[in-house]
Design a binder for this molecule. Sequence first.
Ligand SMILES: Cc1cc2nc3c(=O)[nH]c(=O)nc-3n(C[C@H](O)[C@H](O)[C@H](O)COP(=O)(O)OP(=O)(O)OC[C@H]3O[C@@H](n4cnc5c(N)ncnc54)[C@H](O)[C@@H]3O)c2cc1C
Length: 409
Amino acid sequence: MSASHLNQTKTEMSRKNILITGASVGGNTVAWWLSRQGFDVTVVERADSFRDGGQNVDVRGAGREVLRRMGLEQQAMELTTGESGTDWVDEENRVIARFAVEDIGDGPTSELEIMRGDISRIIYEPTQQKARYRFGDHIVKVDEDKTGSLVTFKSGIAERYDVLVVAEGVGSSTRALLFPGEYKMRYLDLTIAYFSIPGKENDGKFARQYNTTGGRGATLKPGSDGNIRVYMGIHKVSEEEQKWGTERQKQFLLDKFAHDGWEFPRILKEIPKVQDFYFDVMRQVKMDRWSAGSVVLTGDAAWCATPLSGIGTTLAIVGGYVLAGELSKTDDHVAAFAAYERIMRPFVKEGQGLPKIVPRLLWPHTRLGLAFLRTVMRLAGTRAVRKIFSTLFLRDSKKVELPDYNLNT
Ligand SMILES: Cc1cc2nc3c(=O)[nH]c(=O)nc-3n(C[C@H](O)[C@H](O)[C@H](O)COP(=O)(O)OP(=O)(O)OC[C@H]3O[C@@H](n4cnc5c(N)ncnc54)[C@H](O)[C@@H]3O)c2cc1C
């Protein structure tokens, strides 16, 4: 059968009416693929407009391969942050260990490191010409029957859909509505804050990772816009700080780092003025199933692996491609969801496979722990072991067999 005949058959077969909720990396990727296969796609996003924000994210291995298949890899590469690698530094910014991209390829700094808003936007922009986007609305009720769901939105609109794809991120409210008691959170005991501050001439092109005692540390990453991206981390048991208001979260950081040296005085001075403040408690989402009836979860809503995995965005892109590919193969969405889950499970397991000891070792509490970390880093930064070391701490971004679905692009 010729490719055009095959595609025509697919289009006839699958004029399904699909609702995707969440217009970030995961939701936009599903919409990109499905809208090109003849599905009728609506995307609903809780925010009032496309959400730009967020800091540096990595696209690695299979995620890059999917971008290549979408014809977007080059565009993404042109938007990379230009970070040359990662340095572990001491109080005086002296380098303890260097992991340069040119030496080790995808290491602590990925070859395709891009702002979250940029990667989401390059997928969103071509998709919004083919799919319907609705901002400032969200699901409040879903009545499912054998042929799909009647979905009611906050705005009062009620519409029927054959399939509902939930891509609402780690805190998904539709997941809470439709899968109550079916998801567990695995807390990694790390509270994080990401934001931007003005850069200085001598900040350089390398990310700088600095740790002190008390489970505290920060990374400064160069941005392409002259700003520096700050990643602050505190190793502690969660108090559900992600639910606090922004002012309380900012004060928490000001108190925690008030007496520290290194670059902290400069960072703390900016915190009250910061606009793009992202604060979270790192937690993985664990679920025994990702679908029920005509509803399926994808991206962080299904399996959040956390930024610590380095492959959260990769998983969202690959998951979007596999879900769309399987839905395009058959009219039986239940069979498609089962195949999607079979393909994605091992990859997600890899992404989530970070032992809890890793954050503990990387954010030491005592002087002894800090001295140990720096000794390990010194060793890890030597030519002989740095490649092995970086793969040890990173999840395998190629651990998935990407099917070729012969999709329209
Ligand atoms: C504003 C923002 C900033 C981020 N910053 C970083 C960062 O700096 N570093 C990093 O590693 N990761 C960051 N992330 C997370 C990163 O984007 C994801 O881990 C990864 O790309 C997987 O994407 P996702 O599409 O599954 O989920 P997310 O990127 O979390 O997207 C979920 C989307 O669903 C929307 N949404 C939520 N609830 C509803 C609802 N009920 N109805 C409709 N829409 C809803 C959200 O507004 C969001 O657009 C950020 C996410 C967001 C939303």
